[in-house]
Design a binder for this molecule. Structure first.
Ligand SMILES: [Fe+2]
Ligand SMILES: [Fe+2]
Length: 251
């Protein structure tokens, strides 16, 4: 649907939902900027390959640029973001791990899982989003997130070569908890399942669950298994979550 000037017009009942989705992503990108910046320092600290440290630094810059693009879209849909966001990064790794284990935990959670999920989301959106500017932005985000995901897989492979990845197996479910949230598996107001959201770069909730599962089952679980991380606990976590999800929410 286009307005008179060729711009995308959004149904009025979806406008605030679309605007707040882009505002939420703006904050996520700012958080990712700060997380990669911190990870670059920590990778250096544990003696990771300089190429990986550089990738983390570049990822931080990418995420800052992404935040600007998401803010542009939030404004387009009628919501303004503050001039400077406040990153909300927390320590996500269990405190009992040594620094090297904490870094691996954080990289697997944020790159192998979150960034790989993000690629799945953006690829799906690219198949349906309308408007040249929105498509350009989604394409730019997708291209960069592929690189950020690879950073995680490269670090995991390097740690696997030294035999230090098996401890992650029982910890993957808590990473998945952190990357999903209960609303993914629950009933939502009907507008959140409106297919028209896709044109504006927002995944309807039901599709979100499908994309989440597909990324796990097709890419993330096989990748983890291949690099010495037992995915039985994670697969059980997913099966239990899906079993508790109302059938009509599963797409
Ligand atoms: Fe990003
Ligand atoms: Fe990213």
């Amino acid at each position: 649907m286009r307005g008179q000037g060729g711009e995308l017009s959004v149904p009025s009942h979806l406008r605030s939902l679309v605007a707040s989705a882009w505002t939420f992503r703006w904050q996520v990108e700012l958080d990712a900027d700060a997380r990669f910046d911190r990870l670059a320092g920590r990778l250096e600290q544990i003696g990771a390959a300089p190429a990986l440290v550089d990738l983390a630094r570049r990822a931080s810059q990418d995420e800052r640029r992404h935040a600007g693009l998401c803010a542009e879209l939030a404004r387009y849909y009628g919501e303004s973001t503050p001039p400077v966001g406040h990153p909300r990064i927390q320590e996500i790794a269990p405190s009992g791990l040594l620094v090297r284990g904490q870094v691996l935990y954080e990289i697997v959670a944020s790159c192998c899982i979150a960034e790989t999920e993000s690629v799945g989301v953006l690829t799906t959106l690219l198949g349906a989003a309308q408007g040249p500017r929105l498509r350009h932005i989604l394409h730019e985000l997708a291209q960069d997130e592929v690189g950020h995901s690879r950073l995680g897989w490269a670090h995991l492979a390097s740690e696997h070569a030294q035999g230090t990845t098996a401890f992650l197996g029982p910890l993957i479910p808590s990473m998945l908890e952190g990357n999903s949230g209960p609303e993914l598996f629950a009933r939502a107001p009907p507008e959140q399942d409106d297919e028209a959201l896709l044109e504006h770069g927002v995944l309807p909730r039901r599709l979100k669950l499908q994309v989440f599962r597909r990324a796990l089952e097709d890419v993330i679980f096989p990748g983890l298994d291949h690099l010495g991380v037992d995915t039985i606990p994670a697969r059980s976590w997913l099966a239990a979550r899906v079993q508790r999800t109302p059938a009509e929410c599963q797409g």
